[in-house]
Design a protein around this ligand. Structure first.
Ligand SMILES: *Cc1c(COP(=O)(O)O)cnc(C)c1O
Length: 395
């Protein structure tokens, strides 16, 4: 076999298991009403939870940022790419999170994936091989990859199992202990028991790394995320929030005690060895944060809560099961892979874009439709998808 044929065999194997992925092309901005592969669709699949991805004020801010700072940053942050816009954004983010993390500072990243690689590899560099990372069973791929990059020892605790984590921490004599968890689980929509996990971390002098990709902007009265939701304050917390989901733009940040942030700047290779994101994005994010923190953000969060309640109230499922979730992620467990694919295909034919999620992304036997809601949806949009799903299930 030549080199290309070796790959083709593997691709054919994916095909045979209906696991070959393809990308659909969106011709319009991220919004509930999109044109996909030329077809008008009503979409329930983005992470644009507050509907800010095409907000006119943020578009104007991005334009203004480009006028002011140009397009590219030209270099990494430690060479010459760290612009005033990045610095202002980091200051705003630190201020935004300061009620929950004492002496908070923040560091802006190009993506959440890189922020997670940087946090875990950078924090492992403090004590080196005598570090143990305690990782929650359903953590996002970027945390799993970050743990691998760190070369720390990794111990996985079962999803939501605080007692198992407690036993692991009690039995560990590692110099440096890092507990890492998603706050909102991306395929299930449920919340990690962060208060109990944080209490354990404080008891065992462990860091708690929280990935709040789906919480930042949505959870808490002011959108400050899972720490505000549970009203938690701790110097042990190293917090990651993404800015391409609810914040509607792109990138991510880590907020932690200023000493931690200074250390990451010295040691976190995924921060150091990459070109800084375009400063215009950081500039646009200042406007996004204003919206999130202000009355408009509050109104959008309330509307999103109303849509979530409507969906949960009006779905009438007998064979399929709506998972327990207070977040914008509302998965409907179907179980069988093929039936899930058929359901998604049938909705798609009706102009409703709801993704089917299969193994290996989720556990075998738990294939599902994953409905995600956005404040940009109307009550009528939700009524539309609810009716279609009710009908499909009873057909
Ligand atoms: C989306 C996501 C990330 C990655 O963030 P990006 O900015 O998209 O790279 C990390 N963790 C979780 C839980 C996510 O859902």
């Amino acid at each position: 076999m030549n080199l290309i044929e070796q790959i083709e065999v593997q691709l054919d194997a994916l095909n045979a298991k209906s696991l070959r992925r393809r990308r659909r092309i969106a011709d319009t901005a991220c919004a509930p009403r999109v044109t996909v592969d030329g077809n008008p669709m009503l979409a329930f699949c983005s992470n644009d939870y507050l509907g800010l991805a095409a907000h006119p004020k943020i578009i104007a801010a991005l334009r203004e940022g480009a006028e002011k700072y140009g397009v590219g940053s030209g270099a990494s942050h430690l060479i010459s790419g760290h612009s005033r816009a990045h610095a202002m954004l980091e200051e705003r983010l630190a201020d935004f999170m300061s009620g929950y993390i004492p002496s908070a500072a923040a560091l802006y990243f190009c993506t959440g994936y890189m922020a997670n690689l940087a946090m875990l590899s950078g924090m492992t560099a403090v004590a080196g091989p005598d570090t143990v990372i305690f990782s929650e069973g359903l953590n996002h791929a970027s945390l799993i990859d970050g743990a691998k990059l760190s070369r720390a020892q990794v111990k996985v605790f079962p999803h939501g199992d605080v007692l198992a984590l407690k036993a692991m921490l009690e039995n560990s004599n590692a110099t440096s202990k890092i507990v890492v968890t998603d706050s909102v689980f991306s395929m299930d929509g449920d919340l990690a028991p962060i208060p109990a996990i944080l209490a354990l971390c404080e008891q065992h002098n462990a860091w708690l790394v929280i990935d709040d990709a789906h919480g930042f902007g949505c959870l808490g009265e002011h959108g400050r995320g899972v720490l505000e939701h549970f009203d938690l304050h701790s110097p042990n917390v190293i917090y990651m929030g993404t800015l391409g989901k609810a914040a509607g733009v792109g990138g991510a940040f880590v907020a932690a005690h200023a000493t931690v942030i200074d250390w990451l700047v010295q040691k976190a290779r995924p921060y150091i060895y990459t070109t800084a994101a375009p400063p215009a994005l950081a500039h646009a994010l200042l406007t996004s944060l204003d919206i999130i923190a202000g009355e408009e953000g509050h109104a959008r969060r309330l509307h999103l809560q109303d849509l979530i309640a409507q969906l949960r109230r009006d779905l009438r499922l007998k064979r399929w099961a709506l998972m327990e979730s207070i977040t914008a992620i509302q998965p409907i467990i179907i179980g069988d892979n093929a039936e899930s694919m058929r359901a998604a295909a049938s909705l798609y034919e009706q102009g409703l874009w709801v993704p089917a999620i299969r193994p290996p992304t989720v556990q075998e036997g738990t294939a599902r439709l994953r409905v995600t809601l956005s404040a940009a949806h109307t009550n009528d949009d939700v009524a539309c998808v609810v009716e279609a799903i009710n009908e499909l299930e009873s057909a």
